[in-house]
Structure formats: C-alpha cells, structure tokens
Design a protein around this ligand. Sequence first.
Ligand SMILES: Nc1ncnc2c1ncn2[C@@H]1O[C@H](COP(=O)(O)OP(=O)(O)O)[C@@H](O)[C@H]1O
Ligand SMILES: N[C@@H](CCOP(=O)(O)O)C(=O)O
Length: 313
Amino acid sequence: MAVFTSVSEAELTAWLGDYSLGQLLELQPISAGIENTNYFVTTSNGRFVLTLFEKLTADDLPFYLNLMAHLARHGIPCPSPVANRRNQLLGTLNGKPACIATRLPGKSTTAPNHEQCAAIGAMLAQMHIAGQSFSQVMPNPRGAAWRAATAPQVRPFLDAQQAALLDSEVALHAQNNFASLPQGVIHADLFRDNVLLEENRVGGLIDFYFACSDALLYDVAITVNDWCMNADGKLDDARAQSFLRAYHAVRPLSDGERAAWPLMLRLAALRFWISRLYDKHMPRDGELVNAHDPGHFERVLKNHISTQQTVWL
Ligand SMILES: Nc1ncnc2c1ncn2[C@@H]1O[C@H](COP(=O)(O)OP(=O)(O)O)[C@@H](O)[C@H]1O
Ligand SMILES: N[C@@H](CCOP(=O)(O)O)C(=O)O
C-alpha cells in the first residue's frame, strides 16, 4: 500500500492549475513502494508520477529533485521533476511536500540476465559521469557515523557469533578511508526494484532518496551485491563480470578501485545488514512489518569474507 495521503481528482486538478501540464485525464494510485505516496497521472500533455513525500521534508528535498533534474538533463533515464509556474520543482499538496515528474517506461525484474546486468553496469557508470558536474553535496546518511550509532542498537538482537561479526566489520570499516578513490554523487540504493527495464534496455532509474556523495565504487558494490547475487547469498561470478566489464568500458576503474573491491563489497553488505536489522527489530510507528530479511545480507557478508572476493573484470 503506497497511498498514505489520498488525493482526489478535484484536488489534483486544482493543484495542476499551477503547472503547464494540460488537462487531467487519469489519476491512478501506485501500490508498490513503502516510503511515499505515489500516483500515476495522465494529462493531455503526457504521463507523469505524482509523489507526496511522507518523511522527507521540504528542506531535504531540493538536493534529490535538483539531482534528478540534472541527471535527466544529461540524458540519464531518471524521473525529471516538472517545474510549476513559479519555476519551483517542489510544491505542497494536501499538507505534504509534493512533486510531479516524468513517468518512465519498463518494469523491474527479480531475475536479471547477463545482458541486463551489463546494461545496468553501463548505465551506473554513465550516471556517475553525469553526476560529476552536479555541484550540490550530501554527506552519506548511512556512512561511518550511522554505522557506529546503529550497530549498538541492533546488537542486543544478535547471538554471540553474529555480534562478533558485526563488531569486527564495523571496526574494520571505521579504519578504512576510501576518500582517495574517485568520489561523486551516488544512487546508493540501486536495487533491482529501483530500475525499470524494457527487455534488456534500461528504461528508468528511480527512487533517488538515498542518493548522496561518496566513493563511486561503493555504489558499484551496492548494485552488484543485489543484481549479481544468487538467492543463497553467493555472488554469481559470471553476472558480476558482465556488470563490471560494462561499467569499466564507460568509466574505467582504477588500480586503487581494484585493490579496494573485496572490502567495498563487504562494506556494502554490512550497510544493508545493519539497516535491515534495524527495520526488523526497531520498526518506526506505522511502518510495514514485513521488513526485508537481514539474514540475506548476513550470508552475503560471510560469503564475501570467506571468498575474499577476487572477481573483477
Ligand atoms: N518515474 C517513474 N516512472 C515509472 N514508474 C514509477 C516512477 N516512479 C515510481 N514508479 C513506480 O512506483 C513504484 C514505487 O516507487 P518508489 O519510488 O519505489 O516508492 P517508495 O519511495 O515509496 O519506495 C515503483 O516500483 C514504480 O513501479
Ligand atoms: N533496498 C533496501 C531498502 C531500501 O529502502 P526502500 O525504501 O528503497 O525500499 C533493502 O533492500 O534493504
């Protein structure tokens, strides 16, 4: 259920009076998603997605909306927020910050093939290059400080062996500094459900609300950990190679990035193990109870440690 704040056709028609989008033809709630209220909107000018932000505030949002506008201007297939008649990307609808953005084609897959892994690898590299000219900066809200603060909160829910793994990985990554690797704006959550595909082509990248400034290789590791992973938490080496080769062909990876790769995969797995543990054991009021399985990323992490992942290009 992803309509937390209802919008009627009459309310939307009045709100659209502030835009040059023509006449409202159709308003359809979107059931997927857990963070925001989303509707598909069709007007006489085209197809759009209306988002009412349920948690992010009007102070947080300019970074994300400006980033999407920037990337779309550079040809990246991401939602392009539409400006109102006062040239603002962000409005207010039914008491919530709201925006209307272009609707992208395609649908997500849960079982990507080699070509799709290569297509998303190439697209991620293009996004990283396009992001180099985006000047706004957003420190990673799920970075070292967040890990240090959140790990002790989830630790009481773990057995001794899990707690030891958590402690050692958090300590390891507290010492690592990836600042010498290429940095820039990253999506930080480019899981399969945040990519729309048309056959083997990327139709759209969506859900930029974890985007931030960090090592580009970290984004590669987050994405590979989802797109090229088997259900048992073991990396599919062949799909990972397809992904990395396609990425490298667009943005060549450096020797420093190659050296950091095994640790980066572990860091990316740790981040989602911790957030899933937190969401499972400490759900916020009104949040969905069917949180993602933390055990999956615990297995991914253990596999990365035991194999010292060396798959590369
Ligand atoms: N710009 C878009 N174009 C096409 N579909 C979209 C777009 N934005 C969102 N969607 C659809 O809406 C669903 C929920 O969006 P999402 O951003 O994941 O929501 P939430 O922020 O609540 O997690 C997506 O799975 C996708 O099907
Ligand atoms: N991809 C993450 C969940 C991030 O939250 P969402 O709002 O994008 O669903 C995970 O799988 O843990």
